[in-house]
Design a protein around this ligand. Structure first.
Ligand code: ZN
Length: 435
């Protein structure tokens, strides 16, 4: 049972998990990822060292609903040279310098011509912004604004040694089978280059959850999806429609490594079990947090919650995309994400999964009047374990999460109470869990 994974004496394990996640994010940081390409394979192969992940390759030209898998993008080199032949902007220094999916280009440009292909952020003059040009043929470079201001020569040599050829869109999938075929979908996008919180934190926390889940048998089946944002889930959905009805709960992970409080974006319905489980855990954590309603924006919940699927999938973040200054810049690096914050995200998510695992429904076997707890030796813990709440609401209609919410007690306590009442015969599970 995953229940044993969330005990407080495992807190040190979560910090250790956070440190491991940080190390993984740091290792993946230099890889040049994009919508397609070798960087995705390299990232997924790194995960394969510890997780039995399947890598899928979907050919260019494959149609997925309203979309089509584009040519695969590769970069050999990219630079801007000044008249002295010095590389003043160099892809090898930071992969953020090259606009993602830039088409090949070579030529000598005047300063004015070059400037139309350069992007910088004057508000943060030392940071390189992140941009891509998916689905639009162009090329460009992102530079620190200070660097841009230093480009005072009249002519520059530009080299964008890239290729866009038929290839594949790559994604990874890991399925951990539980006793039930009901599934929990956990997804993280993998298409950002050297960006830590937006991209790598989600990947490494998802990997940490998978590692936790592999330790013990689970009730539910867990499906992890590591795919490039937007097109990845769309392609996955188009190839896996038969699996979709099995998905009972889902969560998209992104921006889970910064020091800010947790932000959870509810699923489209707003009251799915996953929404209630996350809110319950956050409420009882004692830490600040915020809950937002679904909107068709943000990460891949947009695809899972599109009306043709309307899956119960929320999004778990710390500081949301666009709400921290380092977002989509070179300052979203390994220093921005903290082992403690990654560990805290892992701990809270494990607690959420423990709720999903344990959210069973019971029937009181002595429902006429209150049964006597004293003679069963249960009086002492009756209040702290919510035994009267459990007995009263266990009419076959209310699950343990319903009871936890209504009693104001932590799910963990209610679950422990249900175990005690089951052990003495006062409670019986009414249906196979999530049959
Ligand atoms: Zn992003």
């Amino acid at each position: 049972m995953i229940g044993s994974l969330q005990k407080t004496d495992r807190a040190v394990d979560f910090l250790d998990g956070g440190q491991k996640a940080h190390k993984l994010a740091k290792e993946l940081y230099p890889i040049c990822r994009s919508l397609t390409g070798e960087g995705l394979r390299q990232t997924l192969k790194t995960l394969q060292r510890t997780l039995p992940l399947e890598i899928y390759e979907v050919p260019t030209g494959t149609i997925a609903y309203d979309w089509i898998v584009p040519n695969e993008w590769s970069v050999k080199d990219a630079f801007i040279k000044d008249p002295q032949g010095r590389r003043v902007v160099d892809f090898r220094e930071s992969n953020l310098h090259l606009v993602g999916y830039s088409v090949p280009f070579r030529g000598i440009l005047t300063r004015e011509e070059l400037l139309t292909h350069l992007y910088s952020d004057p508000a943060h003059p030392d940071w390189i912004p992140y941009r891509h040009t998916y689905f639009k043929e162009s090329w460009g470079f992102c530079v620190a604004h200070r660097k841009l201001e230093d480009l005072t020569d009249n002519r520059y040599e530009v080299c964008v040694d890239t290729s866009l050829d038929p290839g594949h869109l790559t994604y990874g999938e890991l399925v951990l089978r539980g006793r039930s075929t009901d599934e929990v979908l956990i997804s993280a996008h993998i298409c950002h280059p050297s960006l830590s919180n937006d991209n790598l934190s989600g990947i490494s926390v998802a990997a940490a959850l998978a590692t936790c889940l592999m330790e013990e048998p689970t009730e539910l089946t867990y499906r992890f999806l590591f795919a490039p944002a937007t097109l990845g889930p769309i392609v996955w959905l188009s190839r896996n429609e038969a699996i979709v009805p099995k998905i009972r709960h889902g969560v998209v992970l992104a921006c889970v490594g910064d020091s800010g409080p947790v932000t959870y974006v509810r699923s489209r319905s707003g009251h799915a079990v996953i929404d209630r489980a996350v809110e319950h855990i956050l409420k009882h954590s004692g830490d600040p947090f915020s809950i937002k309603d679904f909107a068709p924006e943000g990460y891949d919940q947009r695809q899972f919650c599109s009306p043709g699927f309307n899956l119960p999938v929320g999004c778990f973040m710390r500081t949301p995309n666009g709400c921290y200054p380092e977002y989509h810049t070179s300052a979203d690096n390994s220093d921005l994400i903290k082992p403690e914050a990654l560990g805290d995200s892992i701990r809270k998510l494990v607690s959420v999964l423990a709720v999903l695992e344990g959210d069973k429904t019971y029937a009181n076997q002595s429902p006429k009047g209150e049964p006597q707890l004293g003679k069963r030796g249960l009086m002492q813990d009756a209040k702290s374990l919510g035994l009267w709440w459990i007995l009263n609401l266990s009419d076959g209609q209310h699950s343990l999460l319903d009871i936890a919410e209504r009693s104001g007690l932590a799910f963990e306590k209610i679950e422990e109470g249900a175990r005690a009442l089951t052990a003495c015969g006062l409670l019986r599970e009414v249906e196979a869990h999530h049959s």
